[in-house]
Design a binder for this molecule. Structure first.
Ligand code: ADP
Ligand code: ZN
Length: 518
């Protein structure tokens, strides 16, 4: 498509087909690139309007846009909303009885959009099908599934590159809400998109207030929440059983309608609960993470986590379902040290090549819940932004927690990381600092360093929280093998030009033993 008038035509289609007066955020930029035939990775937070960035070009470009999507439910939601806008869309899944008709429509050039799961798309007969009619665009939704660094790796996504390579003239558009720097670079590579094709939209959701608290008695904390908080809400719980129990208990409490949602319910029940939720202004859905993808409800007023989410990426995606209408909304996480203990135990089941990544993810989450500073600033830094130090709309900004000065210990830690060559994890660095009698320390000659044994038992207890705080503020980062490296303001801390404060660890420890395992 030529440049002149491309954006005009896109803006006209935006109004006439979708009924929106303007592009939002980076939408226009993404659409423009796609219409120019250039492959793109768009990283946009949940609710930013990703589907429009391929649906709109699909209506303008000759040929069909193939949409790779991981979940049948997600496909069908998108299909419904595309069709409501008069877009010619179909899906090829085991749940669609009219597959022969869909194939015929595709061959006849009568489809704007064809949704398909990667498992089907990777089969030879699908490639044959694509050779039988023009393809306008490959849209790869939830593109982080292609990366082992992402939190949702799906091996079949790896087959998309060979498929798309068979159509070198067809542009690619990868979409995700959840990609840190590593994952982004990996997606670009795995899907064959040039580095210059990366478009990242601002991640901040200023209307969401982040509140993260220890879980004391989860049930009564949530009951309390439902009496204080108006509007529709989602409560994520970690298992089907917890979902059922919590939904029943909260429903009995009687302040409003509460329904469960998880993959163990029949498809009819799920559809019914989802429809009730979407239509309601004050219903609460207690759900596993199976709930939420593709649900178009802009007025969700709160999202609560009854236990820790899987990662910061998952947390941001799940909390991002609150307040998509831009009005004030809350994200409340209730965590316990026991959640982390269990999550670390589950690491033993992870394949070796993914272990370091999973551990880093968990450490980042621990840093978030224990951070004394602004939650939003930490989250946005995690996604590669450079936010102001405080936001005024999170629990720590609204009432700063008790903190202690840990600058001295932080300097010792940073110095030990530096002197051991910036390639060891906290375990090894801690042994050096505490002067441990350890073969590996001796083999590396680290018992000869000036930092060997400079930390006493009292300080040793604070090493973990200090390391987490340093990671949280970006002064320490972990490489893909878990090795720690100096970053950010580490040098300023070492030179005594910056201070480090952490949440009072004694209180945290006491809280942990008393409240740890509810
Ligand atoms: P995502 O997939 O990024 O989470 P969706 O594609 O589901 O987001 O879009 C989120 C909501 O924003 C939908 O209700 C959609 O209709 C709406 N939306 C998308 N683009 C625009 C726009 N340009 N102006 C107003 N609303 C929009
Ligand atoms: Zn804040």
């Amino acid at each position: 498509m030529d440049d002149a008038g491309t954006l005009d035509r896109a803006e006209q289609a935006l109004r006439t087909t979708f009924g929106f007066p303007h592009f939002r955020g980076v939408q226009g930029q993404v659409v423009e690139r796609v219409l120019a035939g250039r492959s793109t990775l768009a990283v946009m937070p949940t609710g930013a309007g990703k589907s429009l960035t391929y649906q709109l070009p699909a209506t303008l470009l000759p040929g069909t846009c193939i949409v790779i999507s991981p979940l049948i439910a997600l496909m069908h939601d998108q299909l419904r909303s595309a069709r409501m806008n008069g877009i010619r869309a179909a899906a090829l899944t085991s749940a669609d009885a009219d597959r022969a008709a869909t194939v015929a429509a595709f061959r006849a050039g009568e489809l704007d959009l064809l949704y398909v799961a990667p498992e089907r798309a990777s089969q030879p007969h699908f490639r044959d099908l694509l050779n039988s009619a023009p393809v306008a665009l490959f849209a790869v939704d939830e593109a982080h599934c292609v990366s082992e660094w992402g939190h949702d790796f799906r091996p079949d996504y790896r087959q998309m590159r060979p498929l798309m390579d068979g159509f070198p003239d067809v542009p690619r558009l990868a979409l995700t809400a959840t990609a840190d720097g590593h994952t982004r670079a990996d997606i670009l590579q795995q899907l064959g998109i040039p580095d210059e094709g990366l478009i990242v939209s601002g991640f901040d959701r200023p209307n969401i207030r982040y509140l993260i608290r220890p879980r004391q008695n989860g049930g009564s904390q949530l009951k309390q929440l439902l009496t204080e908080q108006d509007g529709a809400g989602i409560i994520y719980a970690p298992s089907r059983k917890k979902v059922d129990d919590l939904a029943a208990a909260l429903d009995r409490a009687g302040s409003r309608r509460v329904l469960p949602y998880h993959a163990g319910l029949s498809p009819e029940q799920r559809a019914e609960h989802q429809a009730a939720f979407v239509a309601s202004e004050d219903m609460v859905m207690v759900a596993t993470v199976a709930f939420g993808m593709g649900i178009d409800k802009p007025d969700v007023r709160f999202v609560a986590h009854a236990g820790i989410p899987k990662s910061i990426e998952a947390y941001y995606q799940e909390t991002g379902r609150a307040g998509r209408d831009g009005d004030p909304a809350q994200a409340i996480m209730l965590w316990s040290a026991g959640d982390f203990v269990q999550a670390r135990q589950r690491l033993s089941e992870v394949e070796p090549e993914r272990l370091a990544g999973e551990r880093t993810r968990l450490d980042a989450l621990a840093a978030l819940v224990e951070a004394p500073g602004c939650r939003r600033a930490l989250l946005l830094r995690h996604f590669g932004e450079d936010p102001p130090a405080s936001c005024g709309n999170c629990d720590n900004c609204l009432s700063p927690p008790g903190v202690v000065d840990a600058t001295d210990l932080a300097r010792k830690l940073l110095s030990a990381v530096y002197r051991t060559g910036q390639s060891y994890g906290l375990g090894h660095v801690g042994k050096v600092l505490t002067g441990a009698d350890d073969d590996r320390v001796r083999q590396r000659g680290h018992d000869q360093l000036s930092v060997f044994g400079i930390v006493d038992a009292e300080e040793a207890r604070m090493l973990q929280p200090v390391a987490r705080a340093l990671q949280a503020r970006g002064s320490l980062v972990a490489n893909e093998h878990g090795g720690l490296l100096l970053a950010g303001d580490a040098r300023a801390i070492l030179k005594g030009e910056a201070e480090v404060a952490i949440v009072r660890p004694a209180a945290t420890e006491r809280k942990r033993t008393r409240r740890g395992q509810d």
